[in-house]
Design a protein around this ligand. Sequence first.
Ligand SMILES: CC(C)(COP(=O)(O)OP(=O)(O)OC[C@H]1O[C@@H](n2cnc3c(N)ncnc32)[C@H](O)[C@@H]1OP(=O)(O)O)[C@@H](O)C(=O)NCCC(=O)NCCS
Length: 195
Amino acid sequence: MSSTLPLHMYIRPLTIEDTTAVSALESRGFPPEERAALETTQYRLNTCPELCSGLFIRDVEGSEVKGEKLIGHIMGTKIPNSGSTSQPSMITLQSMGKVHDEASTTVGIHSVVIAPEYQKKNLATLLLTDYIQKLSNQEVGQRIVIIAHEPLVPFYERIGFLLQGENESVKTDPAFGKTTWCDMVRELVKEEYES
Ligand SMILES: CC(C)(COP(=O)(O)OP(=O)(O)OC[C@H]1O[C@@H](n2cnc3c(N)ncnc32)[C@H](O)[C@@H]1OP(=O)(O)O)[C@@H](O)C(=O)NCCC(=O)NCCS
């Protein structure tokens, strides 16, 4: 790992108390038409905090902990199953809203952001890898789906996501229609440990 990685870094589930920090980071990562609305963020952090993960740095002075700063996040919800065993459900304009279906086996990631000053240090890779590992071992669902800007497809492929094609739902909305959005799927497989 890079020697320029921030010190005192940790990952924990996000809670409703983190709403202000998450909203601020969302605004730094996405243009207005792509970022989650405040009430959508509140809904996700209230309804499924276990699917929302934050990367923090602890502000330490000597032995005193002054506070913590959010430098990256992932927000997910369970999106409704497609009803087909061969076709996993994909993110739709509807499931990007205030939607969480606890019975579903598909986790939809709606947002991945790293604060600009901390980008290109492998932190999104670290946060996503941790997220995938935890969800796999907790048997939260069968797969994770995401929609990615086309240039980011190789980035997600390196973390094990497979490209499915262009997302059909978001391109019907002019706000999203300016670029190509790709459906990607990562199957969740529980690691086996020797006893
Ligand atoms: C995408 C994002 C999360 C990556 O965070 P990061 O911590 O810099 O990522 P990592 O350091 O783990 O990996 C860096 C790799 O991501 C890819 N990448 C990042 N931004 C990219 C871009 N704009 N275009 C193409 N590839 C990009 C590259 O492969 C890069 O590797 P490189 O440095 O060798 O070129 C970050 O740039 C971000 O927050 N962007 C704004 C929000 C966003 O677009 N989120 C993705 C939603 S689909």
